[in-house]
Design a protein around this ligand. Structure first.
Ligand code: 0A1
Ligand code: ZN
Length: 868
């Protein structure tokens, strides 16, 4: 049997385009079964043009109809399933000519949700990264930037709304009940930013005035029944526009900015120029149907997509290896925006803790696993697999480090220079670094290692106090474990904020620059043995290897003035105890109690401080993971915390009620978070006593946060009344897809509970539920991904049943939607970290998937790298 070798793309093989495009005119007659796309393109020689060079266009799943050059039929071309190569170009291609192509695609058959597809009877597109080639033959690469004029035609009764990028030029009635709309985007853009939407949609709109005094029209388009759920997204959009003007001097450049929501979408949202397309999950919110987390996510995703208008669209990526250029930077911008929206310094700290927690739960495992890659990868087989937490979240940490080093003003200078140099261009991460360096007169050459090396650096800390000389000597040693293709690593430029905490002394923070493998710093005039607070506010995305005593950690937990490290000390204490199968001792309980009772601390901070490290994070601290042992140790630890502080939890539950009209702001959502943690702890302490209170909260709640939290507490504990409440919940919200996703997800995420049947059996039943749809990504994820990736104790069963379910699900999803399947495939990445019998059973499941002869390149890359 011949196994096909997968094709790899390499960063260093980049060549500028042979041809490039000027004006592009698209004429699209929309029909679900047969959409006719006519393109008329002005072609020019590109940067690596040579006379006589053929032009190679890409196209996928297209029916070719005709080709004309300068108005004449052209026959010198070759077609393959993925290319159209055109020979004998006029004047050997050296001068401008016009290309006209007609082709056909079938949106109703497109379940991959890339290119042009149908969702609930309406048309949508998704072109990033390489979806435009499913719409027409094209130079579908980000460094070909063209001006688009787009005419959409469709039957008016079915598709009254026709949208594309830019400004609306004209609308016309056509014969046979058809109509058309012509849109023009004044800014040159790569094909991945193209979008169209057509269907029965309605919008809310607002007109705002931006910094230059220009009036702009903002619209949010949704299905008519969702119109009343758009206010929060609109408020978030307006806040983002103002924030970008104030913080970065960046103004909205179009007369009109539209957001459209769609129920079938592979990712969160997409920044198409002037026509952002969003997963409904990140647009629609009302207090009765969306949780505080949903409100916060909507605010941040709306901001993220809007911020891309400058960081991504006005300045885009030369090639897909540079993805973090736009994504890392834009995540950093949205994190800063959300932090500012928290409205206080302590709120900013809460946001920082949440971001770091996510990074460590998801990105650190990725960086230690078979798919580890630098934020700028050097090789990929399928670019869709590289929309990763590394490119996004670690990318954002790298951007944040520029700001830590250069200060806010220096960072702003770098941004200004970046736009001054590169507006309208497709550039690289080196260009960004150069702008930061040049604007600030800094040598950032060692900083480049963050772009080229994968893996989370480890910093070993050795601190010695010399009482006789009143000196503290701090030795830091950095290392980074090998990652695929990178055995040896050069030292990183690591900036660590540190502080020596001594009794009665003011806490003075310093920034240490670790650039060598090992460095030592000596601090003088230290009167007493200090407690070291290191990597404050998580100034560098590294693992700190420091055997700090429990006594010192308790000091930090109770009195570090850096809220991040205060939280961190508590996490470390809990983690060490759980991993050693210990229960919280009285010192820790007392420290926790003090935090809970401290009137000066935000409820949101208290909630974070009392939430235990996730199982996935605990796994990463082990040499050989026994998931059931970790689960049991963590549960016992939590139960003890619940029991020992039962009185406090009960009081907090009462004190953190949020009566009055619902507000989704930081203060109120923090209170709800703490109150609902208290509720769940009380059920841990004694389900018999406290379940009635949860049932009551479930019944009387006027908002989804409280209703869902009460339901979750009941379900997670297998408490009395859980089944009835689940049923009630389903009936109340049966028409609301996003809420039904929550209903599915909650059941799939239940950990093992004594006396209840396995969650896997439950999940298999849910898969047969009439409302389950495998080809809707949100629904598939709410059942399958949640079970395989967010419910470790139910998933990792010694008999391998979870893994068999995983294999079956990956193979079922792959022919429908390779991107969604490939994300699911990542759930077994860390199989080598597990003890037996888990490890062998995971391997066998991976081999079962790998053996399938018809795998998509997406899944093939993931499983072959996992096994490799
Ligand atoms: N650029 C988008 C992410 C995105 C990438 C690929 C997609 O294809 C399905 C969709 C969205 C962002 O960063 O928000
Ligand atoms: Zn993005």
């Amino acid at each position: 049997m011949k196994t096909e070798l997968a094709q790899s793309f390499r960063r260093l093989e980049y060549r500028p385009p042979v041809y490039t495009f000027g004006q592009v005119e698209l004429d699209i007659a929309l029909d679900p079964a047969r959409t006719i796309v006519k393109s008329k393109i002005e072609v020019l020689p590109g940067n690596s043009f040579e006379p006589g060079a053929p032009m190679v266009l890409v196209g996928q799943e297209l029916e070719f109809v005709s080709l004309r050059i300068n108005g004449e039929a052209h026959r010198r071309f070759e077609l393959t399933p993925e290319t159209l190569t055109i020979h004998s170009l006029p004047k050997e291609g050296a001068e401008k000519f016009t290309l006209e192509i007609i082709s056909i695609c079938v949106p109703e058959k497109n379940t991959s949700l890339m290119g042009l597809y149908v969702s609930n009877g309406n048309f949508f597109t998704q072109c990033e990264a390489e979806g435009f080639r499913k719409i027409t033959y094209f130079l579908d690469r980000p460094d070909v930037m063209a001006r688009y004029r787009v005419t959409l035609q469709a039957p008016e009764a079915q598709y009254p709304v026709l949208l594309s990028n830019g400004n609306l030029l004209k609308e016309e009635k056509l014969p046979n009940g058809w109509h058309s709309a012509t849109w023009e985007d004044p800014f040159p853009k790569p094909s991945y930013l193209f979008a169209l939407v057509a269907g029965k949609l309605e919008c809310i709109e607002e007109t705002i005035t931006t910094s230059s005094g220009a009036k702009k029209l903002l619209q949010i388009w949704v299905e008519p029944h969702d119109l009343q759920k758009t206010r929060h997204a609109m408020d978030s959009l307006i806040a983002s526009i103002h924030w970008d003007e104030k913080r970065f001097g960046l103004e909205l450049d179009l007369e009109r900015f539209m957001i459209v929501a769609v129920g079938d979408f592979n990712m969160g949202a997409m920044e198409n120029k002037g026509l952002n397309i969003f997963n409904t999950k990140f647009v629609l919110a009302q207090p009765e149907t969306a949780t505080d987390a949903d409100f916060a996510n909507i605010e941040s995703v709306v901001a993220h997509e809007y911020f891309h208008n400058w960081t991504g669209n006005r300045v885009t990526c030369q090639d897909w290896f540079q993805l973090s250029l736009k994504e890392g930077l834009t995540v950093f911008r949205d994190q800063e925006f959300s932090a500012d929206q928290m409205g206080s310094e302590s709120g900013r700290a809460v946001k920082r803790i949440e971001d770091v927690r996510l990074l460590r739960q998801l990105q650190f495992p990725e960086d230690a696993g078979p798919m580890a890659h630098p934020i700028r990868p050097d090789e990929y087989q399928e670019i869709n697999n590289f929309y990763t937490v590394t490119v996004y979240e670690k990318g954002s940490e790298v951007v944040r480090m520029y700001q830590t080093l250069l200060g806010r003003d220096g960072f702003r200078k770098g941004m200004d220079l970046y736009f001054q140099r590169h507006d309208g261009q497709a550039v690289t991460c080196d260009d960004f670094l150069a702008a930061m360096a040049d604007a600030n007169g800094k040598d950032l050459s060692q900083f480049k290692n963050w772009y080229s090396q994968a893996g989370t650096p480890r910093v070993k800390v050795d601190g010695q106090y010399d009482a006789a000389n009143k000196q503290y000597r701090l030795t830091l040693t950095q290392s980074c474990a090998p990652t695929p293709g990178q055995a040896e690593k050069k030292p990183f430029h690591i900036r660590l904020k540190v502080c020596l905490i001594t009794a009665g002394n003011d806490q003075v923070e310093q920034l240490l620059e670790l650039t060598e493998s090992t460095q030592t710093w000596t601090f003088d005039h230290i009167e007493d043995r200090p407690v070291l607070s290191i990597n404050r506010n998580f100034s560098a995305p590294v693992n700190i290897d420091f055997e700090q005593s429990e006594e010192d950690l308790l000091t930090l937990l109770s009195s570090d003035d850096d809220p991040f490290n205060r939280w961190e000390a508590g996490q470390k204490l809990a983690m060490q105890m759980i991993l050693n199968n210990r229960l919280p001792d009285s010192a820790l309980i007392n420290a926790y109690r003090e935090i809970l009772l401290d009137p000066n601390l935000d409820p949101a901070f208290k909630e974070l401080a009392l939430t235990l490290p996730a199982e996935s994070y605990l796994y990463e601290q082990c040499k050989s993971v026994d998931p059931q042992k970790i689960f049991a140790a963590r549960i016992s630890f939590r139960k003890e915390l619940a029991k020992q502080l039962q009185l406090e939890w009960a009081a907090l539950y009462q004190q953190n009620q949020t009566p009055g009209p619902f507000k989704s702001d930081a203060i109120n959502s923090g209170k709800r978070a703490l109150k609902n943690l208290a509720l769940s702890m009380l059920l841990d302490a004694d389900p018999k006593i406290w379940a009635p209170m949860a049932r009551n909260q479930f019944q009387i709640a006027d908002n989804m946060t409280d209703r869902y939290a009460a339901l979750a507490a009941l379900v997670m504990h297998g408490a009395k009344g859980a089944a009835e409440c689940l049923e009630d919940f389903y009936k109340r919200f049966a028409d609301d897809a996003l809420v039904i996703d929550k209903w599915f997800a909650l059941q799939s995420s239940r950990p093992p509970v004594e006396g209840l049947e396995s969650t896997l059996n439950e999940v298999k039943r849910l898969r047969e539920h009439p409302a389950f749809k495998l080809n809707n990504p949100n629904r598939a994820r709410s059942v399958i991904h949640v079970f395989c990736a967010n419910n470790p104790a139910s998933f990792h069963q010694a008999d391998g049943s979870g893994y068999a379910f995983w294999a079956e699900s990956v193979l079922a999803l792959d022919p429908i939607n390779p991107q969604v399947a490939a994300r699911l495939a990542r759930a077994l990445d860390r199989w080598r970290l597990f003890a037996e019998p888990y490890q062998s059973k995971m391997k066998a499941a991976l081999e079962q998937v790998a053996a399938c002869q018809t795998l998509s390149p997406d899944v093939k890359e993931v499983v072959s790298k996992a096994l490799g």
